[in-house]
Design a protein around this ligand. Structure first.
Ligand code: SF4
Length: 513
């Protein structure tokens, strides 16, 4: 038992619940903050198909497979032949809630793009739901974006100064305005050269569909083939669902153009260092997806194996935290020959829990998502394998639950390094001063969680588990090594705040006049 904990029994559990032994004072994390639960949130999925009579229906199923990348809103834009008007259907909620047989029937046509959204910039409202559609001098354009632009505020200011009127507070709309510039100001490719940061984008024009990735390749995008039609998808799991053949990745910096004459590529960006988000392998991507030739579940099993080699422990049971801890736990269990048992059972049918819990029912919010098979852990020394600790509140709740169930020892193992830095490339982490590992030492984290031991996979081990060189990855949230300079003042509501400031200035000006 960890020496800092009080005697085992109700006192221990109560101490954990009350924050006794917490390193808050040393870590300067306010207790209120640490009571908030947090998991990093997914950051949008995109899908497109060209040249299929059931384009919208296939896109609908593609979005189902990408639902894990965004649950706030979903949308599809479709078109029949060349130069026919676009049909749009968007709504707030899950794919199954947004579309109906009627809405899908209205989305007839042979080409379509789709989007599922989690808001990494701009608030979660229907006006920010994608794909966006605009009428331009080049005809209609629809766009779906995964990622974050790091020069969004600067570009928006510039465009507004030239008379652009924005409808939303999302950075993705900036790309549309750049594309809508008069023809004399350069083509689509020169517009794309102006944007910086993370972007995997599908774009539909009057005759074609485009798919492109930023030159660093932060976010995934792959190409498939279905009944002779070309498909683009954030992840290959969507290709499996629609029984499309996987063709290849869209390469970082590549623009693929799909039209009646087939598929071709352009390379408008200067070559630069690659920076695929390694956290896609750890947590975001679906385990049945293959990215850059590496199956995500396989990478996670390898991470678990390496974690076991780096932080072995003598225990009776390895327990995964579902869902993304499952494969790492499997690897950990195999490597040390400790039995694996999925003792946490996930409830798959909950949406959002909306009750602000009182002290008395605080634990219900945690238990409604994951319940523990009590008999499996009673009297056992257990290793809990999770994919990350952000604020630490969820991990702490797991330890409390296990101790309440009578686990003899609880050892936490994490299949990536400590999260110490913010992400400016499309993942919604809290500010660094709200990240547990940024504020606390390893020993303080262990003490706060109430665990007997803690072990994180190190950076080298995480990268090695994927089988690709370190030079191909972004690891900024672990290492602080940012591949693209970012706006330090960035937060997801930057556009709203900008608008707020402008309105205040306008009011002030009006008052003075
Ligand atoms: S900072 Fe982290 S989460 Fe963001 S892109 Fe880089 S590795 Fe991914």
């Amino acid at each position: 038992m960890h020496p800092a904990l009080p005697e085992r029994g109700q006192g221990t559990i109560q101490a954990l619940k009350d924050g006794v032994n917490s390193p808050f004072s040393r870590c300067s994390l306010p207790t209120k903050l640490l009571r908030q639960k947090f998991k990093p949130t997914h950051e949008c999925g995109v899908f497109a198909i060209f040249g299929h009579p059931e384009a919208a229906n296939i896109t609908y199923y593609g979005l189902f497979a990408l639902q894990h990348r965004g649950q706030e809103s979903a949308g599809i834009v479709s078109a029949k032949g060349t130069e026919s008007p676009f049909t749009v259907h968007k709504g707030m909620g899950l794919v199954s809630q947004v579309f109906s047989p009627d809405s899908l029937e209205r989305l007839s046509g042979t080409r379509a793009i789709g989007h599922v959204r989690y808001s990494t910039t701009g608030s979660s409202t229907i006006k920010n739901a994608q794909p966006f559609v605009v009428d331009t001098g080049r005809g209609q354009i629809a766009l779906g974006h995964n990622g974050n632009l790091v020069n969004a505020a600067q570009l928006r200011e510039e465009l507004e100064a030239k008379g652009s009127i924005f409808q939303t507070t999302v950075d993705s709309e900036i790309i549309l305005h750049l594309l809508a510039q008069p023809r004399g100001s350069g083509g689509v490719l020169s517009a794309l050269r102006r944007i910086e940061g993370a972007f995997s984008i599908v774009l539909m024009g009057e005759r074609e569909i485009l798919g492109f990735r930023d030159p660093h390749g932060f976010r995934p995008l792959c190409i498939g083939r279905k009944d002779g039609a070309y498909v683009l998808s954030s992840e290959s799991c969507a290709l499996d669902l629609i029984q499309a053949e996987y063709v290849r990745e869209v390469e970082p910096g590549e623009v693929v153009i799909i039209d009646n004459s087939g598929i071709r590529s352009e390379w408008p960006f200067p070559s630069t260092r690659k920076a695929f988000c390694i956290f896609e392998y750890v947590y975001f991507a679906r385990p049945d997806s293959t990215i850059a030739g590496i199956n995500v579940s396989k990478a996670r099993v390898e991470m678990g194996r390496e974690l076991a080699r780096q932080h072995p422990v003598d225990a009776d049971l390895v327990i995964p935290v579902p869902d993304s801890g499952v494969y790492a736990a499997l690897g950990y269990s195999e490597e040390l020959a400790i039995p694996y048992f999925p003792a946490f059972v996930r409830n798959h049918y909950i949406g959002r829990t909306f009750i602000q819990p009182t002290q008395r029912i605080r634990d219900f919010n945690v238990r409604v998502k994951l319940n523990l098979i009590l008999d499996a852990v009673k009297g056992k020394r257990v290793v809990v394998v999770d994919d990350s600790i952000v604020r630490g509140t969820t991990a702490r709740s797991r330890v409390v639950t296990l101790r309440e169930a009578g686990a003899k020892e609880v050892h936490m193992r994490i299949s990536c390094p400590p999260h110490k830095f913010a992400c400016y490339y499309g993942i919604d982490f809290p500010d660094p001063d709200k990240l547990l590992a940024n504020q606390c030492t390893l020993d303080e984290i262990r003490n706060y969680l109430g665990a007997d031991s803690i072990g994180y996979l190190d950076l080298k081990g995480m990268i090695a588990a994927t089988g690709r060189p370190a030079s191909t990855y972004c690891t900024a949230c672990f290492s602080g090594d940012y591949p693209v300079p970012y706006d330090a003042a960035f937060d997801k509501f930057i556009m709203e705040k900008r608008l707020g400031r402008i309105r205040l200035l306008e009011k002030e000006q009006a008052r003075l006049l």
